[in-house]
Ligand binder design. Structure first.
Ligand code: NAD
Length: 399
C-alpha cells in the first residue's frame, strides 16, 4: 500500500491526514483537560467566573482551535465555533480544520459539553444571522467571543470581494526566505503595495468584520453582561517590520487594534470589554506563508527551547486564560491596552540571540544552528503528518 505523504507547494500543505489530525486532537484534549484544576484554582483565587459560553470565530486550527479547546476542556464551557473548511470527497481529503472540527465535536459531546460547529463564511451577514438564530433557539448567552480569523479573501456585506496581500508599504522589500522542502534560501524582492492593495488587506484582516459581529450579537441580545471579546494580533521583531508590521498586514492589524475602542462603546452599556491579544509567532497555516517568518520562527524556536521559554498555541492560550483573563484584578495589558502573550518572545535576550542565529544561518548549517526541524514537524503535524504512532502506510478513509 502506498505511503501517504504531505504534498507541500509554496509553504502550503495541499493534503491532510485524518488519522494524524485525530491523534493531534487527542493530545490537545489531554493537555487542556490536565489544566482544568489550575484554571479552576486561578478563577477561585481571583474571585472570577470561568467562561460558560464561548463563541470562537476561526475555531478549526491554530490559535482559534487552541482557544476553543481551552474554553471547553480546561474551563468546561459550552462552545459555538465558526470556520470555513473544505469538506472531504471520496477521492480527496478535507482541509485539516474540517477533521479537527469533527474530532472536537465528538470529544466535547463525550464530555457532556454543548457544541455546535458551523462551516460557513464568517464574513457573511447570513452566518451572523445563523449564529444568532442558534443562540436564541438554544438559549445561549455568550460571555466570551474570540475573533481568530486568518483569511486571504473577504466578501464584505456590500458584495465586494477584497483580497489581502503580504507586501511592504512605501518601499520595496528585499529579504531571505526558505523553501520548507529543500531548505533552499531564496532572495525575495517584493514591490510596495498599491493604495488599493493596502485598503483591501485592511478590509480582510482589519477590525471591520469583528465590529460587525459584536454589533450584531449585542443588538440581538445574545451577549452576557461583562462579555469579553478578544481578537489576536502579532507585532514581531523590528527586522520583520518592513514586510509585516509596517507592511499591508501591519496596517490591517493597526486597524484591528483601533477597533477595540469602537467595540468598547458597543459593549459599554452591558459592562463588556474588547481586547487585542498580541500572541507569539507560531507555525500555523497563516504564518507559514509570510516571507521571513519561517526562518525567523526556526531561529526563535531554537533559542526559546534552549531557554525553556518555548510555547505552542495551546501553551499560549492556557497562559492567556490562567494569567490574564482569570488573574486577580483587571487584565494585565501594555500601555496601549493590549494583552501581550508575546512578552517572552520579545524579551531582549531572546531577540538578540535569535537575530544572531538568523545572521549566521546558511543553507548548509540551518539544520544545525536553528530549529528548522521543529518548524517542519509543527507544520506537518498541523496537517496530520509525522504524528507519532500513526501508520502512514495504512489505507485512509477521507470521509
Ligand atoms: P489559522 O490559519 O490557523 O486559522 C484561521 C482560522 O480562520 C481557521 O479556523 C479558518 O477556517 C478560519 N477562516 C478563514 N477564513 C474564514 C472565513 N471566511 N469564514 C470562517 N472562518 C474562516 O490562523 P492563525 O495563525 O491561528 O491566526 C489566527 C489569528 O491569530 C490571526 O488574526 C493571526 O494574525 C493571529 N496571530 C497568529 C500568529 C501566528 O504566528 N500564527 C501570531 C500572532 C497572532
Amino acid at each position: 500500500m502506498a505511503l501517504m505523504k504531505a504534498q507541500i507547494r509554496g509553504g502550503i500543505c495541499l493534503n491532510a491526514h485524518p488519522v494524524g489530525l485525530a491523534k493531534m486532537m487527542e493530545t490537545f484534549k489531554r493537555r487542556t483537560m490536565a489544566a482544568k484544576g489550575s484554571m479552576v484554582g486561578a478563577a477561585m483565587a481571583a474571585g472570577k467566573e470561568l467562561p460558560k459560553t464561548v463563541l470562537v470565530l476561526g475555531c478549526s486550527t491554530g490559535y482559534g482551535l487552541a482557544t476553543r479547546m481551552t474554553a471547553a476542556f480546561s474551563c468546561g464551557a459550552d462552545t459555538v465555533g465558526v470556520s470555513f473548511e473544505n469538506p472531504p470527497s471520496f477521492k480527496r481529503a478535507a482541509s485539516p480544520g474540517w477533521y479537527n472540527n469533527r474530532a472536537f465535536d465528538y470529544m466535547a459531546k463525550s464530555e457532556g459539553l454543548y457544541t455546535v460547529t458551523i462551516n460557513a463564511d464568517a464574513f457573511a451577514d447570513a452566518t451572523r444571522a445563523q449564529i444568532i438564530e442558534i443562540a436564541k433557539r438554544d438559549g445561549l448567552i455568550f460571555d466570551q467571543v474570540i475573533y481568530s480569523l486568518a483569511s486571504p479573501v473577504r466578501t464584505a456585506p456590500d458584495g465586494v470581494m477584497h483580497r489581502s496581500v503580504i507586501k511592504p508599504v512605501g518601499k520595496p522589500f528585499v529579504g531571505k526566505t526558505i523553501d520548507l522542502v529543500t531548505n533552499e534560501f531564496k532572495e525575495l524582492a517584493i514591490n510596495p503595495a498599491t493604495t488599493d492593495e493596502i485598503e483591501a488587506t485592511v478590509k480582510v484582516m482589519g477590525g471591520e468584520d469583528w465590529e460587525l459581529w459584536m454589533k450584531a450579537l449585542s443588538d440581538a441580545g445574545v451577549l452576557a453582561p461583562n462579555c469579553t471579546t478578544l481578537a489576536y494580533s502579532y507585532i514581531g521583531p523590528e527586522h520583520s517590520w518592513p514586510i509585516y508590521r509596517d507592511g499591508t498586514i501591519g496596517k490591517a492589524k493597526e486597524h484591528l487594534e483601533a477597533t477595540v475602542s469602537r467595540i468598547d462603546q458597543i459593549l459599554a452599556a452591558q459592562g463588556g470589554k474588547a481586547y487585542v491579544s498580541v500572541n507569539k509567532a507560531l507555525v500555523t497555516r497563516a504564518s507559514a506563508v509570510i516571507p521571513v517568518i519561517p526562518l525567523y520562527i526556526s531561529a526563535l524556536f531554537r533559542i526559546m527551547k534552549e531557554m525553556h521559554l518555548h510555547e505552542d498555541c495551546t501553551d499560549q492560550i492556557l497562559r492567556l486564560y490562567r494569567e490574564r483573563l482569570l488573574a486577580p484584578g483587571s487584565m494585565l495589558t501594555d500601555e496601549r491596552g493590549r494583552v501581550r502573550l508575546d512578552d517572552w518572545e520579545m524579551r531582549d535576550d531572546v531577540q538578540k540571540a535569535t537575530a544572531t542565529q538568523m545572521i549566521y544561518a546558511t543553507e548548509s548549517n540551518i539544520e544545525l544552528i536553528t530549529d528548522i526541524s521543529g518548524f517542519k514537524t509543527d507544520f506537518l503535524q498541523a496537517n496530520g503528518f509525522e504524528v507519532p504512532g500513526v501508520d502512514y502506510h495504512a489505507r485512509v478513509q477521507y470521509e
